[in-house]
Each structure stands twice: as structure tokens, then as C-alpha cells.
Design a protein around this ligand. Structure first.
Ligand code: AKG
Ligand code: FE2
Length: 370
């Protein structure tokens, strides 16, 4: 007798959530940073990789920020992530808190409510964060229904970033350093444990009074912990980068682009040749001040057990970056560095409230700026 089998459950490709509509750009005349734009579609063209590497080499001499375009995702696919982020933050606080990150233990996957960080005396941050780790069995964790329902879309997005964007960027850095092209790929494998994650982030609008009290600062100047950070951005001006001369410049959110910044691990691995630039988030200009600013970010971090020891590269030797300037960083693994920074930020209950050098691990400091 034939047995009746259940029909397979349909794989959800999309969920019924409203489309995300981006707001208009600011018309304010701001002091924008002058940053290079890399066209990633050149990567697979003949001679394209070396041309891009040359462009990137020149672009990052002063500042570790640049843009990429033609990275293989449509605006609709990016906006879908914004709508998922919006739905996550629209959940009741009680529901979100079921997925709270273990920040005190150096974990950050899951939900961070706003108000944990003191920005200036009496003013706390206005930022909610939801971090989703890599989709590998070792990092599986319970997720809200909205994430589970959208998993194929979220996972597809994250894997595209890793396979098609991060792969190309890490290859370009290896070419710049005259290392084997897969040098950094070997320590950024998707299936291995690392702190790479996709982040949805919401900065709640602030009143004029709150902005005044905190000098308009929404997130203090800081560097990121990992290798690279990719920012898919609303057209809201708020991000600023600190130039080597110490000036703050606005980082323009160009439509169709990803803003990329280099982070601490690449700085350590290259003795400071690749610059982990200080950046911060401030109140948007008046025509965008009433917006709850949503962000979709991807943080790239090396595999947990990678020791942050400078690589041996002829380029670093030629350019004078071959002497280890900071011995205390040697021996720290990428995983320890992140955990120490996350835990340090929260155990005092006042993460990023202090400015200047903050000791993190083995005497290594992280700098915070107003
Ligand atoms: O929201 C932004 O534009 C930047 C966020 C940021 O710097 C961070 O989360 O590390
Ligand atoms: Fe950052």
C-alpha cells in the first residue's frame, strides 16, 4: 500500500512586510570627506584586479574609508534588508529582550536595547542593535519569528556579502601587500568560527534639547574591531570620519554604494599601514533631523584563533611598516580582541562614555573621541 507523505513545506522566499522607501538626500551643504569609489564590476575584467588594487592603495594612504559600487545586489534587495530591520525594531521591547545579547560576557549577537551607553553626563545612547552571526551550526541561536521567516533572504544576503564582496576586497588587500591572493581569505573562511555578523541598527531621533546636551553626538568617535565594516546606508547624513589632521568630515551616503571602512584587525596585521579610521555618528542636518535612522551593516572579522601578528610583506618593508611598533598586540587573537572590547564597553555600564586611551587587553589601548 502506498504511504502518503506530507508535501514539503514551501520554502519562504519573501514575507509579507511592507516595502521600504528611502527618504530624499539632504540639501544641506556639508563638509564631505573626499573618498575614492571602487567599481567592483571591474574585478573580473582582464587587468581589473590590479587596477582596482592600485586605486585602493592610493585611496587608503590617508584614511581607511572608501565606497564600492556594482557589488551585485539590487537596491530592492538592499531595501528588503531595511524593511526586515524595521520590522525587528517594531517588535515589542519585551519580545526583543528575549534575544538580548550577552554583552557583559563579551557576546554581542542578538539584541542590544538603547540607553546602555552614556554619551555625555546624563545622556545615554539612542541606538538599538540587532546582530545576526554567520549561518553556521556553531553559531546557531534562537531568533525572533521575523528573522526565522526571512532566513533564506537574510542568509542569502549575508553569504553574498561574504562570497562576492568581502572575497574581492580581501583579495585586493593581499595584492596591495604583494602576498598570495588568497592570503586573507584563508583566515576569513565562512564555515569557521569568527565574529563576522550582519547588523540592523536604529538610531532614534533626538529632541533639540537632547542634541544640545550631547553636543549632537549620537555615537562617540571609535574604531571598529574586525577587518572591514560594510555600511548599507539610508540617505541620511550623520556619519563622520576623523582625518589625520584631526578634522571631522561628513561621509556622504551615495545611492547605490556601500561605504567601507577598515578596522583594527587589519591595522594590527599590517602594523598600521592599513588604517582603522576613527569615525562617529552625529545628529543629521535639520532637513533629516526627524528621521529614525536605520542602518544595515556587515562586520567582517578574522577567524577567532587568528593571532594578530603583523604579516611579512615586502611592501610593508619598503614603506617602513615592518617594525612591530606595538608588541603588546602580538599574541592576542582576533576573537579575544573583540570579546575584550565588547566586555570592556559594557562592564562599566558606560561604554564609550570616556574619551582618550582605554586599556583593553595586555596593555593594548583603544582610542575614543568626542
Ligand atoms: O551608523 C553608522 O553610520 C556607523 C555605525 C558604526 O560606526 C558602528 O556601528 O560601528
Ligand atoms: Fe563603527
Amino acid at each position: 500500500m502506498a504511504t502518503l507523505t506530507e508535501p514539503p513545506a514551501p520554502v519562504p522566499t519573501a514575507v509579507d512586510i511592507p516595502t521600504y522607501h528611502q527618504i530624499p538626500e539632504t540639501s544641506a551643504d556639508l563638509d564631505w570627506a573626499d573618498l575614492a569609489t571602487l567599481d567592483l564590476s571591474q574585478f573580473d575584467q582582464p587587468g581589473g584586479k590590479s587596477q582596482l588594487a592600485k586605486q585602493l592603495f592610493e585611496a587608503i594612504q590617508k584614511i581607511g574609508f572608501f565606497y564600492i559600487i556594482n557589488f551585485g545586489l539590487t537596491q530592492e534587495e538592499v531595501d528588503r534588508q531595511f524593511s526586515i530591520g524595521r520590522e525587528i525594531f517594531n517588535l515589542p521591547l519585551e519580545e526583543k529582550l528575549k534575544f538580548r545579547a550577552e554583552l557583559e560576557k563579551g557576546g554581542y549577537n542578538g539584541y542590544k536595547p538603547s540607553g546602555l551607553r552614556e554619551i555625555s553626563p546624563g545622556v545615554f545612547d539612542n541606538t538599538e542593535i540587532f546582530n545576526i552571526p554567520k549561518f553556521i551550526p556553531a553559531l546557531e541561536r534562537p531568533q525572533p519569528e521575523i528573522v526565522n521567516k526571512n532566513r533564506p533572504i537574510i542568509e542569502g544576503f549575508a553569504r553574498h556579502i561574504h562570497d562576492e564582496i568581502v572575497r574581492k576586497l580581501l583579495t585586493l588587500f593581499a595584492i596591495i601587500l604583494e602576498l598570495p591572493e588568497d592570503y586573507f581569505l584563508k583566515v576569513h573562511r565562512y564555515e569557521e568560527k569568527s565574529d563576522c555578523h550582519l547588523r540592523y541598527m536604529k538610531y532614534h531621533r533626538r529632541t533639540e534639547e537632547e542634541n544640545k546636551k550631547s553636543n549632537g553626538i549620537w555615537s562617540k568617535g571609535h574604531t571598529d574591531f574586525g577587518s572591514l565594516t560594510l555600511l548599507f546606508r539610508q540617505p541620511v547624513a550623520a556619519l563622520q570620519v576623523r582625518t589625520p589632521e584631526g578634522a571631522w568630515k561628513w561621509v556622504k551616503p551615495y545611492p547605490g554604494s556601500i561605504t567601507v571602512n577598515l578596522a583594527d584587525s587589519l591595522h594590527f596585521l599590517t602594523n598600521g599601514f592599513l588604517k582603522s579610521s576613527v569615525h562617529r555618528v552625529v545628529a543629521p542636518p535639520p532637513d533629516q533631523r526627524d528621521v529614525d535612522r536605520l542602518g544595515v551593516l556587515y562586520f567582517v572579522r578574522p577567524e577567532d584563533d587568528l593571532e594578530l601578528r603583523p604579516v611579512v610583506s615586502q611592501v610593508l618593508q619598503r614603506l617602513g611598516y615592518d617594525q612591530i611598533t606595538d608588541n603588546s598586540a602580538v599574541g592576542i587573537t582576533a576573537g579575544d580582541w573583540v570579546k575584550a572590547r565588547v566586555a570592556k564597553g559594557v562592564d562599566r555600564g558606560v561604554a564609550r562614555s570616556d574619551v582618550g586611551d582605554q586599556p583593553i587587553l595586555n596593555g593594548v589601548v583603544a582610542k575614543y573621541y568626542d
